[in-house]
Design a protein around this ligand. Structure first.
Ligand code: SF4
Ligand code: SF4
Length: 225
């Protein structure tokens, strides 16, 4: 199961500060098990947003947000609610936010941080990759993860090696920062490129000692003994 944790509500409100209407989407897979998902969580967020003057055009839970075909089919009847929203707030791991961004023509804000993959990965079979950075920034990068789309994990633009839109490490591979540029352009969000993304906190690469004390780690710890 992929483990996620809630972003602080202050951070979510800061990311949504320009927006009046938001659509809320949740993954019914791993977040349910990690207690960061489920309709109660989604409706609770709806209430919090409304208390802060943000309208919610709709709320939906989809079994696996890492499956683009499933997202497309489940969202078909909800088209109007999505169109009415300025952006989408997504409760899922980084794979789900990337898959959602790929099929929805709106900015997808991550509501969760992905902290570890822990093993089973839902229905994930796509091209999306997450590096479990513990501080998801996909809404700043057009839904493309800079830590997995760029082999150098550059956070603030391409290196000088990019040529013909391809990566200098592999001419068969798209440059991650060209993909980010194209995606932001599609979303009308090119001004995001001016926003400085702080360096990644690599201490988050290992699960914290607090997390390893929880029941989610019980079996793992038992095996180690
Ligand atoms: S920014 Fe990338 S590595 Fe970090 S949680 Fe999001 S998808 Fe995963
Ligand atoms: S060419 Fe693009 S993807 Fe490749 S290392 Fe440079 S910035 Fe990253």
């Amino acid at each position: 199961m992929i483990l996620t944790e809630f972003k602080p509500i202050e951070e979510i409100l800061e990311r949504l500060k320009e927006e009046k209407v938001v659509f809320i989407m949740g993954c019914g897979g791993c977040p349910e098990g990690a207690n960061t998902g489920g309709m109660e969580v989604l409706n609770d967020m709806k209430t919090k947003l409304e208390e802060n003057g943000i309208k919610v055009s709709g709320v939906i839970e989809i079994d696996f947000l890492c499956q683009k075909a499933l997202i497309r089919s489940r969202l078909k009847p909800r088209k109007q609610e999505i169109e009415a929203a300025d952006s989408v707030l997504v409760f899922s791991c980084g794979l789900g936010v990337q898959a959602s961004s790929a099929v929805i023509d709106k900015v997808c804000h991550p509501a969760l941080n992905t902290i570890t993959f822990g093993g089973i990965t839902g229905m994930w079979q796509g091209t999306e990759r997450c590096d479990t950075c513990g501080n998801c920034i996909l809404d700043l990068t057009g839904g493309i993860c800079p830590y997995t789309a760029c082999p150098k994990k550059l956070e603030n633009g391409p290196c000088a090696g990019q040529g013909n839109d391809m990566c200098e490490t592999d001419p068969q591979r798209d440059c991650g920062w060209v993909l980010i540029y194209k995606s932001l352009k599609r979303l009308g969000q090119l001004d995001r490129l001016m926003q400085f993304i702080p360096p990644r906190d690599y201490r988050k690469i290992l699960p914290s000692s607090e997390l390893r004390k929880t029941r989610l780690w019980a079996l793992d710890e038992e095996e180690a003994e």
